[in-house]
Design a protein around this ligand. Structure first.
Ligand code: MSP
Length: 526
């Protein structure tokens, strides 16, 4: 569909509630989805939960619930958190849903029809990490332990499984990546994936014996003794979530996906196994997989449930609002690289970017407009604009940045314009101009430019800060639905009626707030 944009995130294991690391992924994908909506595209944004994991079944058992009962409870908790962070997904898929199970069966059928030798029964002997839900090679362990889940000893497995002939697709995958460098982003991830491919692949076990999976999973079609391996099941969500196996018209509308957003630890599943599965079934490949970096705790480790340094996203968002958290994560971390989160750094950035720069600019602009022009600012004829070129430059830079997934720079472009507007106040000294009635045109110009540049910068921040930007646009007299087209100079009219209000981003003076927000007790399990 022309003008359509289909974006997905990884689906989460609901063995526990999301933490700041998983929230980071959803926030970044949400910014991209909102950016494309702002540009006028029709967007479909899919998220969900990856339920058929052994660790989910183990957790349910511990809680005295069936896996499905536990997953139902988790769905509520996940949805609550995503709503509190303003994540605007269009659909939320759970792998225990009928539409998904039907689609997984249809995919396996499709592979068997198109490539009858690609799925075969074989013996698996080796190691398995339930943390990663991955068959592991000895060479990828450190002191016999999975580097990502050092507290879960890999299990020794010897089992008969259904296999997928992954080795057959190595050359085709290398060729695809060479011909479509945009398929794996950023470049560092592409190099990793190419290296893995060049190093050679092994056929992949794609089932688990029913008992080993604690009876929890999708029955393997034609093999009642086994369930589908959780990754083969989970990856398929990207097509079952848009109707594969149940709604052909929907599938035709959205597939192939434009963008899969996933963490760097699982990029290879998405850039090797997933495209090979699609090739085997004769289905088009997604256009791009972007492997983002990790949110690290100040102690250096990846934030994660298993490592006991979980930061509760709701607590953090409650402190200074979801917009402040979203801005921090987008602006502080170069998208694709790792980044750190600490409450004190978060508070410092809040004071610098929001209280001092943005909030102060809006409040000074609106109060000067009220004081000198009763809130109504009009662009004067014959006085050259001071911020028009800067605003156009910011729009161009933001467009390029957001389109290229340089999210930090998209927000950076808006903030550069806000800084220029603040500088205009300092250099033009409107309070002095106002003393001289002969300089009325000059004052009109400064006031209009301040309102207009702030309005345009605010539009560029709509994807990042969806709540506060709407409030600010209202205060600046732009009450229409935000679109990128409105970021042109004068697009909201040559007269704007501004209104005041409470401080938007009150400065944090009290460092005790940081203590209040310290991450709660370490979580015990993953
Ligand atoms: N269920 C699999 C994904 C299947 S996708 C077909 C999974 N789940 S997860 O719950 O462990 O992770 C979900 C996503 O969150 C992954 O993309 C993972 O990389 C990301 N993150 C988990 N911890 C993270 C950080 N500390 N920082 C950033 N992203 C993190 O993997």
């Amino acid at each position: 569909m022309p003008g359509a944009f289909y974006i997905t995130t990884a689906i989460d294991y609901p063995n526990d509630l999301p933490h700041l690391g998983t929230a980071y992924e959803k926030i970044t994908a949400d910014v991209i989805a909102r950016w494309h909506r702002l540009t006028g595209k029709s967007v479909h944004f899919l998220m969900g939960n990856d339920e058929h994991s052994v660790k989910v079944a183990q957790r349910a058992e511990k809680e005295g619930l069936t896996p499905l009962e536990w997953c139902n409870r988790m769905e509520t908790g996940f949805r609550e958190r995503w709503a509190a962070l303003d994540i605007s997904f269009d659909d939320f898929i759970r792998t225990s849903e009928e539409r998904h199970k039907k689609g997984v069966v249809a995919l396996i059928k499709g592979v068997r029809e198109a490539n009858p030798d690609d799925i075969f029964l074989g013996d698996y002997e080796g190691l398995y990490c339930t943390g990663c839900e991955e068959f592991k090679l000895e060479k990828n362990l450190v002191d016999g332990l999975c580097p990502q889940h050092p507290n879960r000893k890999p299990e020794k497995l010897k089992e008969k499984n259904q296999f997928f002939r992954l080795t057959k697709y190595r050359d085709a995958l290398l060729k695809h990546i060479e011909e479509h460098p945009e398929f794996v982003q950023p470049e560092a991830r592409r190099n990793e994936v190419v290296n893995v491919l060049k190093g050679g692949l092994e056929d992949l076990s794609i089932s688990r014996p029913v008992a080993k999976a604690l009876g929890w999973g999708i029955p393997f079609p034609g093999d009642p003794e086994r369930v589908v391996y959780v990754w083969f099941d989970a990856l398929t969500n990207y097509i079952t979530g848009v109707g594969f196996g149940s709604d052909d018209a929907l599938f035709g509308t959205w597939w192939p996906a434009d963008l899969h957003i996933v963490g760097k630890d699982i990029t290879r599943f998405h850039c090797i196994i997933w495209p090979a599965m699609l090739m085997a079934a004769g289905i088009a490949l997604p256009k791009t997989v972007f492997g983002h970096g990790w949110i690290l705790s100040p102690e250096g480790g990846k934030i994660g449930k298993s490592l006991g340094n979980v930061v509760e996203p709701l607590e953090v968002a409650r402190l200074l609002g979801p917009d402040a958290l979203r801005l921090y994560l987008i602006r502080e971390i170069v998208y694709g690289q790792d980044g750190e989160f600490t409450v004190s750094r978060f508070e410092d950035r809040y004071n610098a970017d929001l209280a001092n720069n943005y909030g102060n600019l809006v409040s000074r602009t609106v109060s000067m407009a009220a004081k000198y022009r009763n809130g109504v600012v009009t662009e004067p004829a014959g006085v050259p604009p001071r911020l028009k070129d800067a605003a156009a430059g910011a729009v161009d830079r933001a467009k390029q940045a957001y389109d290229a997934l340089a999210l930090h720079d998209g927000a950076g472009a808006a903030f550069a314009l806000l800084t220029q507007a603040n500088e205009l106040i300092a250099t033009s000294e409107p309070w002095n101009i106002a003393k001289d009635p002969a300089r009325a045109g000059e004052l009109d110009r400064v006031l209009y430019d301040l309102v207009e540049a702030t309005r345009i910068a605010t539009l560029l921040l709509v994807p990042v800060m969806p709540r506060k930007t709407l409030e600010i646009l209202n205060r600046l007299g732009d009450t229409a639905k935000p679109t990128l087209a409105r970021a042109a100079w004068g697009a909201a009219g040559s007269t704007l009626t501004t209104t005041g209000g409470d401080p938007l981003f009150p400065r944090i003076e009290d460092p005790a707030k940081a203590k209040e927000a310290k991450p709660a007790k370490p979580a015990k399990t993953k």
